[in-house]
Design a binder for this molecule. Structure first.
Ligand code: MG
Length: 430
């Protein structure tokens, strides 16, 4: 038995004023729709489409039932736009995945109309299953331009198929074996316009919880520009695969069966005739080439990241070293100066150094009257000392000198004259 686990997120983005995307998450049906049309048209079209899809699918939960449900959704949007002139011209993309049981086997049915996408993430590899119905992508499939040219083609956003623009629509349908550990990503173009396959795959590979993965993908798309509405549904196959028989390749072609159903009248807009199914999926060779290109892109991104990281680390180390050196140079010096009439010991360099200003380290209580007058000019400029103890000794010696000079002359005793002041003082600044 197959069990699915899902997470979803949607966001208006940073440029649009309303969210015209819509999503659907239920136990067995998951869908993303990206509405288009002025004012509220797009929002209404996407909303009608997912609701009509759900109710129609629940009545016939099978692969063809899902494709029929897309047609029902198409008619619902078309009818609403016919009935309300202000909504005329509205339409929507729609991609959906459903778990169905056919002939006793669990199958994932997948449908698509427009340029919202469904990817499968399998064994670390992200593969786009749906084919965009846009002018540029049709030109790629016709071999007229390369995928790189399509990515910047001026008509890349013009759809060749959409829901609600006519009373009938062609639907692409795939049937896929659910395989345990596989992850399906349904998204609007607001995600894929901002993030490359490598970036999306990195998130899907590193975030096991589907809700957290969906949240992170939407946040990443916002960070990369958020130019459009962003909608993501992540569906994990957590149990399943029991029905696979030895005859069915585990990693073979994704689409076991491919059906194009065309219902009702022809679409109003010209639609390129569809290529054969194989042409809709990239060939093995193309997939290999794309993988190689993606690996090269990822490698160069990693290199840039590692180089940037190492450079930032070195720069931080140099700045921290310079800061510590300046700090040491400043805080390892003292000088004696005047604050008013009092001699004060300062920590720091005379006049300051860079952003460090001298700070009072100790008030001595000794005044200018307590020291010889000829030392006052030096004290006003500041007298550097090698340590706070040396500064204290200097102040003490000045005091003693002054005391000796002002003491009454003692009667001659034949003793030794007073010792001269010895100090390590060096005068600075003046
Ligand atoms: Mg969009």
């Amino acid at each position: 038995m197959t069990v699915l686990r899902s997470g979803s997120a949607t966001d208006t983005g940073l440029v649009r004023t309303s969210n015209q995307d819509s999503l659907l998450v239920s136990a067995s049906l998951f869908a993303v729709a990206d509405g288009m049309g002025g004012h509220a048209g797009g929002e209404i079209a996407a909303d009608i489409a997912v609701r009509a899809l759900e109710s129609a699918f629940m009545r016939h939960p099978s692969g063809m039932g899902l494709a029929d449900a897309v047609n029902t959704a198409n008619r619902a949007v078309w009818k609403a736009s016919e009935e309300r002139p202000e909504l005329r011209g509205m339409g929507t993309t729609l991609t959906a995945v459903a778990l169905v049981n056919e002939q006793g086997r669990d199958i994932l049915a997948l449908v698509n109309v427009g340029d919202s996408r469904t990817y499968r993430f399998h064994d670390g590899e992200l593969v786009q299953i749906t084919a965009d119905h846009s002018v540029a992508e049709e030109m790629v499939r016709a071999g007229e331009i390369t995928p790189a040219e399509a990515a910047v083609h001026p008509r890349r956003h013009i759809l060749t198929r959409a829901l609600g623009v006519a009373d009938g629509v062609e639907v692409d349908l795939w049937r896929i074996h659910p395989s345990r550990g596989d992850r399906y990503l349904l998204c609007s173009d607001g995600l894929t316009n901002e993030l490359g396959n490598g970036q999306i795959a990195e998130v899907l590979a590193s975030v096991p919880d589907p809700q957290q993965a969906a949240d992170l993908l939407v946040r990443a798309a916002r960070t990369h520009g958020g130019a459009d509405n962003i909608t993501v549904v992540v569906v994990d196959v957590v149990l399943g695969d029991e029905e696979r028989t030895a005859a069915e390749p585990a990693a073979g072609p994704i689409a076991e069966d491919f059906v194009i159903s065309s219902r009702g009248a022809s679409p109003a807009r010209a639609v390129e005739p569809l290529a054969v199914p194989e042409a809709r999926l990239p060939s093995r060779r193309e997939r290999r080439r794309e993988r190689r290109r993606e690996r090269r892109r990822t490698r160069s991104r990693r290199l840039v990241t590692v180089r940037t990281f190492v450079f930032t680390l070195l720069l931080c180390a140099v700045l921290a070293g310079a800061y510590q050196a300046v700090r040491w140079f400043d805080t390892s010096s003292f000088f004696v100066g005047l604050n008013g009439n009092e001699l004060v010991i300062y920590e720091g360099r005379i006049g300051g150094f860079l952003w460090y200003q001298p700070a009072e380290a100790e008030r001595t209580g000794v005044t200018t009257a307590d020291v010889p007058a000829e030392f006052l000019p030096s004290l006003r400029s500041g007298v550097e000392e090698s340590s706070i103890d040396a500064a204290r000794t200097y102040v003490h010696n000045l005091e003693v000198e002054q005391a000796l000079r002002t003491a009454p002359a003692a009667p001659p005793t034949g003793g030794l004259p007073p010792a001269p002041i010895t100090t390590t003082t060096t005068k600075a600044g003046g």
